[in-house]
Design a protein around this ligand. Sequence first.
Ligand code: GLU
Length: 451
Amino acid sequence: MSYVDEVLAQVEARDANEPLFLQTVREVLNSLRPMIEPNEEKYRRIALLERLVEPEKTVIFRVPWVDDKGVAHVNRGYRVQFNSAIGPYKGGLRFAKNVTLDTIKFLAFEQCFKNSLTTLPIGGGKGGSDFDPIGKSDDEVMRFCQSFMTELYRYIGANTDSPAGDMGVGAREIGFLYGQYKRITGNFEAAAVTGKSPEYGGSLGRPTATGFGAVYYAEELIKTLGRDIKGATIAISGFGQVAWGVAMKATQLGAKVVTISGPDGYVYDKEGMNDEKVDFLLTMRATDPMHCKPYADKFGAEFHEGEKPWGKVKADYYMPCAMQNDVRIEDAKRMQEEGTCNVLIEVANMPTTQEAIDFLRENGWVVAPSKAVNAGGVAVSAMEMAQDASKYYWTEAEVEEKLHAIMKDIFNSSLKAANKFGLDGVNCLIEGANLAAADKIVTSMVAQGIV
Ligand code: GLU
């Protein structure tokens, strides 16, 4: 049995109850075969892959808090510190009802590779809770965040682990989390948390970074395919911060964004978005994050209740921006049948099932992986850490310029890594991203010994 298969079998047996984690580990390890197999004995001897798939530390803790009526609740908090070979752990916190250890482990594993791709010195981690901020008052959210940080503070710090936002954790939550961290430690240690407001150590350009970065990556890919983003039609899902940034930048570059989606269904706006519509995403999000129908009502667009846009609309590019496993095999088959598109640019973390990816690629689709496409968010978080450390700030234009350069580099280094290992560049962007990311992590792990 090859070393990769051996370790895959071990993970499958040991973490059998963690389907999301297994999904990402299978995808990554399979794509690292060309790097691992020629050096099998060397890597087996130092248990490189066993160490790569095992978090350095996992903390699970009780988060008690009291609601506005005086009733106490208990949620579960997590932080998975996956790999610190190339820098302190870095990665967001996700607050959502369906968060489990599996969710956080999968996100933390993805984060290690994503962070390596940014070329910045950050390791990978992720955290969160099954707390659902939807429908909670500001005071309830504050009490929850304070309780969460009262335990988490022991494990984080500017040189140890720096959390940030993710789904359910935006500027409000980051403010409360950072405030409590500062209060407990008695230190204004700004880089211990990123995604802060610019008034107290946040970076300009952080809210739009993931979305803008995704479009910069898409622009490079589209150029490589010999096409132009200007005039292209793009179908996206979601309507949160990431979808908002994608819609804004794509519209600025002359593309037509024709869909958004929410838990209630999807909106088809044939005319495409403009500044007013893009701004409305934010209003809608702040008012009711469960429904995107108000967009259709306000702008006279079509609303399709309970459906997803995949394969239902004409588009040149699909960019899922909602959440994991949003594009499934039945969606992929419909997308193929619909016939206008053959490029899937993943934006949300792991938005496509492996079955759907395999089906699309067998049918000649180009699939760009989320860990490369959405790395702009964490890249600007690392820039926030750099600004905090130097006690200085960069203008929004400076941040955006650096972000643009990083995204171009991520696309090109993925392409180069695929080609270096004899794969077909643009058709193997998933393998390319994993190989490029792993190169730096593996080299650092080998150099640092068996730790
Ligand atoms: N949660 C975001 C991500 O998946 C941002 C993480 C960060 O800024 O640390 O990359």
